[in-house]
Design a protein around this ligand. Structure first.
Ligand SMILES: [Zn+2]
Length: 229
């Protein structure tokens, strides 16, 4: 038995939301262990007016890195010692993560000064650090990052509206909502299992069935039925 499996045996009982609605998730997985806090180094030299925003983001990331690390149950790679965050004037995405750190759009932050959640999303990508593998679907990689952001970090954020036109492969918030539903209803360790599979190049859709007893398409239909009245 691995340390990972032992940890799951001691998983805490869930905190169930009242009224049937899904709320921010606070399932405690007691494998929580001390993870060294990385030093977040921020370069706002291209936008001195964002220096304070950058410092706040760095503090937030230093607080949340060990939390995200434990939420994903990462036990086969090494935590980062340093994370570099570079603010750039010209880039298409609001923010993106690469092996070299996180790059943030200056115009985006100027017009969305409350968007610290995107830093949690990008930092989650650094914790994911999945190996290149065709078996890791992009929709799930983004879904996990948005699950951490919207269901573990953001305080009671408004939930995405799911329609009959959506699909679990829509990624981002749609997939995140689906993962939150499955986590609540079937398996509190689902996201960490998915993460571990993607880290070890062993992901397949069958993993959903192993956790829930139902096939992915059936799970999606069930979730949509709870959302589309
Ligand atoms: Zn992303």
């Amino acid at each position: 038995m691995t340390i990972f499996a032992i940890a799951l045996l001691f998983q805490q009982p869930p905190v169930l939301p009242t009224g049937g609605a899904l709320t921010k998730q606070a399932y405690i997985l007691s494998s929580a262990k001390a993870v060294p806090t990385p030093k977040v180094v921020v370069d706002t030299s291209a936008a001195p007016d964002l220096a304070e925003w950058g410092t706040t983001a760095a503090t937030l990331m230093e607080q949340w890195y060990p939390i995200v690390w434990n939420l994903l149950g990462t036990d086969q790679s090494k935590p980062a010692e340093t994370i570099k965050v570079t603010f750039q004037l010209k880039q298409d995405a609001p923010a993106y993560a690469t092996g070299g750190g996180i790059f943030v759009s200056i115009p985006w932050v100027r017009s969305h000064p409350d968007d610290f959640g995107m830093m949690i999303h990008e930092m989650t990508h650094l914790v994911q650090a999945y190996p290149n593998s065709r078996s890791n679907p992009g929709w799930l990689v983004e879904g996990v990052a948005d699950y951490i952001r919207w269901w573990r970090y953001e305080p009671e954020a408004p939930r995405t509206k799911i329609t009959a036109n959506n699909k679990y492969t829509d990624a981002y918030r749609v997939t995140a909502y689906f993962l939150a539903y499955l986590t609540h209803k079937y398996d509190h360790a689902l996201v960490r299992k998915l993460d571990k599979a993607m880290k070890t190049r062993s992901y397949s859709d069958a993993l959903f069935e192993e956790s829930t007893g139902k096939k992915l398409d059936a799970l999606w239909a069930e979730f949509v039925a709870t959302q589309v009245k």
